[in-house]
Design a binder for this molecule. Structure first.
Ligand code: AMP
Length: 592
């Protein structure tokens, strides 16, 4: 039931008093977006005035936007990498931030093949927590009764390392799940998970997933929402159920835990909840042994009201599959965040995926927007409240942790305003050609991988004359498909099947560490596939493009394709298909 109308919010009637406060915070912060931004910048510049980085640009104590914009350059990761490396190597002086760098957050964006290291400070945890605390109050406006059940969320920690100077380096969500904010969160009826902390915090991804699925099955009638961070993660869980339902059902029938689950904390927890349940075991087996898995989520978890997964950006490719397994359940994209900084939330989370807009919260960092696609040089940077509806911008941030005028690489389009805070459609991340999970492969990385792999063909007098690629998400997990057209100068000595398989592996070895981690540790990416197409295929591709209006002089082979007629053309010309025969090398340690 909604609370007292005195607490009502323009967003809608809050579900409880705690929600009322959160909604009020959103209202005030977005109404005063410009003043909040000015204050945030002044705070960052004041506290960090004596850092080596800010002193270099001679701000002379100024904390206003005009001085800041005229003196500080807009930068990319590579520009600040020397400073980051010094911090990683153990230099504790105030290089970027006056507050000590507490750890590095490892981004899924890479630089020279390795995850980017984002410095963070302790208090950023509170800022992230604040954003999390706004999500359910907004959701409760649209979906009533979420306090009457639980959420089945598949959440995982990933491996962490230490930098040479001893700082921890790990993904932001791993940092969050291991923090007291998460581990010792007070009971909140709107935020109860079926997954125990013991399972979420287990570093072994099989044991973690197995336990989370088992708990989700045991409490299947309690589950009101299902989720994972990204769409690919939820589909991986469905695939896991396809592969392991028989053992899961056995555990439920006998009340005993699969001996492959060896983690003592998990075993201890499961001993308290796992009881023999014939009826449930039969139900799970009956549903899962069916050929047809359409709508499986609503069959097994009949009270689910929505799927909580990000399906904007690169994840949009999973919408049809999620609709298939989810029986058309609404897909809710609740927030927009990164390792550098958490940005904002979707104030209308039950809208269609294509209509999702994120409202950037002005208290999180100082935001600027670089005009995109205007061809003007230098590009103009606008403040948060000055962006224009319909235009595209690249996000540039200045954070409390010490990134100044840093280009995130995301392209956003303004769709409207909530009070004076703009709302953005996520258009795309720059320079990403292929992505299955959190991996992001750009054109240069793909080119390099093709070059390295094609060296294996030299002894057969064979070369790759053209190539293109495709992220195949019809398989779970998805995988990269690379189309190769070969030139064989000596048809009597063609590269063997085994050599072409090795080319697949060689390409994988050449891809960045996020890709290889997805293959090796997370099992979120399947083996890379090379499809050899017959000679002349790429010429046909060009003819097709020209028939559709491309200019002959300017035609370039697309390095990634996803347009159905082109895929059909390529696939109809395939002469052989090859898969990576084993896993590429990956360890949590960085290669450099
Ligand atoms: P990472 O630093 O690895 O956490 O990746 C952050 C990046 O993931 C962002 O800069 C975006 O490119 C992407 N991302 C995060 N949240 C969303 C979202 N809600 N929709 C689309 N892309 C997102």
């Amino acid at each position: 039931m909604a609370v007292d109308s005195a607490l009502s919010s323009p967003l809608g009637p809050p579900a409880c008093e705690k929600d009322a406060k959160a909604l009020q915070f959103i209202e005030e912060t977005t109404r005063n977006a410009d003043a909040v931004q000015e204050k945030v910048l002044a705070e960052i510049l004041t506290r960090n005035a004596n850092t080596e980085y800010l002193k270099r640009f001679k701000l002379g104590g100024a904390t206003d936007r005009t001085a800041f914009k005229s003196k500080l350059p807009v930068i990319t990761y590579e520009d600040v990498q020397p400073e980051i490396q010094r911090i990683a190597n153990g230099d504790r002086s105030a290089i970027l931030s006056a507050h000590p760098i507490s750890e590095f957050l490892t981004s899924s964006g890479t630089s020279a093949g390795e995850r980017k290291l984002m410095p963070t400070i302790k208090e950023e945890q509170d800022r992230r927590q604040l954003l999390y605390s706004l999500l359910m109050p907004v959701m409760n406006l649209y979906v009533p009764g979420l306090d009457k059940g639980k959420g089945l969320y598949f959440l995982f920690v990933k491996s962490e390392t230490r930098t040479p100077g001893g700082l921890v380096a790990r993904p932001v969500l791993t940092s969050y799940y291991k923090s007291d904010h998460f581990k010792t969160r007070p009971f909140d009826p709107y935020n109860v998970y079926t997954s125990p902390n013991e399972a979420i915090l287990c570093p072994d991804s099989f044991q973690s997933m197995y336990t989370q699925m088992l708990c989700g099955l045991i409490e299947r009638n309690q589950v009101l929402r299902l989720g994972a961070v990204f769409a690919s993660g939820l589909l991986r869980a469905i695939r896991f159920l396809q592969l392991h339902w028989s053992q899961l059902s056995h555990d439920i029938r006998t009340g005993t835990l699969n001996p492959k689950i060896t983690d003592p904390a998990i075993r201890e927890y499961m001993a308290t909840v796992l009881k023999p349940d014939q009826e449930l075991a039969c139900f799970v087996s009956q549903e899962c042994c069916k050929e047809n898995w359409e709508g499986i989520i609503t069959r097994i978890w009949p009270n689910t009201k929505y799927l909580d997964v990000i399906v904007t950006g690169a994840m949009a490719q999973y919408i049809p599959t999620l609709n298939y397994y989810g029986g058309g359940l609404p897909l809710a994209c609740t927030m927009y965040a990164s390792s550098e900084c958490y940005f904002g939330l979707n104030l209308n989370p039950m809208c269609k995926p294509s209509e999702v807009s994120y409202t950037i919260m002005p208290n999180m960092a100082y935001f600027e927007f670089m005009e995109h696609g205007t061809g003007e040089s230098p590009a103009k940077l606008l403040d948060l409240v000055d962006v224009e509806v319909g235009k595209e911008y690249e996000l540039v941030i200045t954070t409390y942790a010490g990134l100044y005028r840093y280009r995130v690489g995301d392209i956003l389009r303004v769709t409207g305003f909530h009070n004076s805070a703009p709302q953005f459609h996520f258009v795309r991340r720059k320079n990403v050609l292929l992505s299955i999970d959190s991996d992001k492969t750009d054109e240069a990385e793909l080119q390099n991988a093709v070059e390295n792999a094609s060296r294996l063909l030299a002894e057969f007098n064979t070369s790759v004359v053209e190539y293109t690629s495709y992220a195949d998400t019809k398989t779970i997990p998805g995988h990269y498909v690379i189309y190769w057209e070969l030139l064989m100068k000596d048809p009597s000595n063609p590269p063997s099947e085994e050599v072409l398989n090795r080319c697949c592996l060689e390409m994988e070895e050449s891809l960045n560490s996020v890709y290889r981690q997805g293959r090796v540790a997370d099992n979120s990416i399947g083996p890379l596939e090379i499809r050899v197409v017959r000679n002349g295929t790429f010429e046909e591709l060009m003819d097709y493009a020209i028939s559709r209006g491309a200019s002959i002089n300017q035609y370039k082979v697309p390095r990634c394709v996803n347009f159905t007629p082109i895929m059909e053309l390529l696939d109809s010309r395939v002469v052989s298909a090859h898969f990576s025969p084993s896993l590429p090398r990956w360890t949590p340690e960085r290669r450099r």
